[in-house]
Design a binder for this molecule. Sequence first.
Ligand code: DAH
Length: 359
Amino acid sequence: MKHDQSPSPNELYQEFLKHLEDLKNKAEALDLKAKYLGKNGIFSIILKDLKDAAIEVKKEIGQQCNEYKNQIEDLIRSKLDELELQEINRSLAEDWVDITLKNSNLDRGLTAAGYHPMTIVQREIEDIFTSMGFLILDGPYIEDDYHNFTALNTPADHPARDMTDTFWFKNTTEGKQRLHKYLLRTHTSTIQIRGMETYSPPFKFVGPGKVFRCERTDASHEVVFHQIEGMIVDKGISVSNLIYFMKTLLQEIFRREIEVRLRPGFFPFVEPGFELDVKCLICQGNGCSVCKQSGWLELLPCGMVHPNVLREGGIDPKIYQGLAFGLGLDRLTMMRYVIDDVRLINSGDLRFISQFKSY
Ligand code: DAH
């Protein structure tokens, strides 16, 4: 090989730089590397051919070749990194999948999902109670006779059972006697018994949930509705605690002064028992179908826990006293949002339900 006629190392390097610009992928970069630096690559051949050259040529060209080889090596390495990144980005862009579900409600002009108004109000009330140190308890919808009635001072022959006609499950038969044992709970007061079975006094808890009654429906009565039961058991609890607590509770819930009235009410599991009514916020007390034209709504029945109930829960009424209440959640929700028919709440009607938004 005649060195004077062949391209100089610098010319070869310039040529390499041009090829480097055009590289499109890693395979081409590796080919280019092999072309210049491989065993039979351009620079290796030059170096091999230098064997027979004069010593000064050998030194000069040899040194230049090795410098260019190192530079090519570095340039190829960073080019490979760059190409690798490009390839990753390209494949990420190609593999992209839209995982969002198309919301057909939006096409139909309806807004995105939100919570049911009952859920919004229930959670708000739960927050108020937890901030006051109450536990939140749960209880089963399918209850036994004992928890729904007997333990609540309402034995089998008690006339108060007639106040709440309900849905019994098919009888279990024992001998000739048919036992009505299980039912859909008629009130959340069952949670009082379940709470006392689990905790020792002093304690305070609330138990929200659905309740069921065999009712004729109208603007203020439904077959399925919601309550929040509350119970406080401690030493030295009296009626004045009860009245003060109920007032504070309603103030927290409505966040304004509302007119209330307290009158005696009978419930077998409290003594004394009260009905706490609020001035109807739907008609401002003028009379409407929700308050049955009376201007008042029964919202918060309450009372001092009957000693028999405490005893049934394993608590000595001489040492501990209790207060209890059963807040009607549907009525509360109706007043909050000025809903004039309770049947709308379970209707599942999207025109109604989509008016409430809270995410
Ligand atoms: N459980 C009663 C009902 O559903 C409401 C009630 C009244 C609950 C008085 C109470 C109470 O805790 O003290 O009609």
